[in-house]
Design a protein around this ligand. Structure first.
Ligand SMILES: Nc1nc2c([nH]c(=O)n2[C@H]2C[C@H](O)[C@@H](COP(=O)(O)OP(=O)(O)OP(=O)(O)O)O2)c(=O)[nH]1
Length: 135
């Protein structure tokens, strides 16, 4: 008798800070229908063989058209669904202006006073106190 540990796939979301470090980017999902209209940290699934920072930098290029550098992982994680774990990592914007190229229909830079002004996906809320401390 043996047990197989199910593989957990990571979704990485970016707490992307602007050059001043005083604003973080929130993105409003346009799909799928169940998530549309809710706000999240832009990102996506880590591909097999890819590191989490590399996935985060790739996703920000694809989704927002920007060059960003991954920083550190924020404490905690959330199970989006069985086998899928959401981690939030910091990222700094190196080049480009973010545009909602894929998966999102609105972007918003938030500061410490407006961080809670959007309708965050519940799964993302664990990261908000950590992000707030950094703004
Ligand atoms: N990117 C992102 N996804 C999140 C967050 N919070 C959250 O629950 N999710 C969920 C939504 C999706 O079910 C899943 C990520 O899927 P995704 O569609 O963004 O991933 P992906 O770009 O790699 O897309 P695909 O390979 O499935 O086409 O995680 C978040 O802050 N950022």
């Amino acid at each position: 008798m043996y047990w197989v540990t199910p593989a957990v796939r990571v979704v990485v979301g970016a707490a992307l800070f602007d050059a001043s470090g005083r604003h973080v980017l929130a993105a409003r999902r346009s799909a799928p229908e169940a998530l549309a209209g809710r706000w999240e940290f832009p990102g996506g699934k880590v591909e097999p063989g890819e590191t989490v920072p590399a996935a985060l930098e790739r996703e920000l290029r694809e989704e927002l058209g920007v060059v960003a550098r991954a920083g550190e992982r924020l404490p905690g994680a959330c199970e989006v669904r069985p086998g899928l774990e959401l981690q939030i990592w910091t990222a700094s914007l190196l080049a480009g202006d973010p545009h909602p190229l894929e998966d999102h229909d609105q972007l918003r830079w938030l500061d410490a006073t407006t961080l809670d002004s959007v309708d965050w996906l519940p799964q993302d809320r664990f990261a908000l106190p950590h992000v707030e401390q950094m703004l």
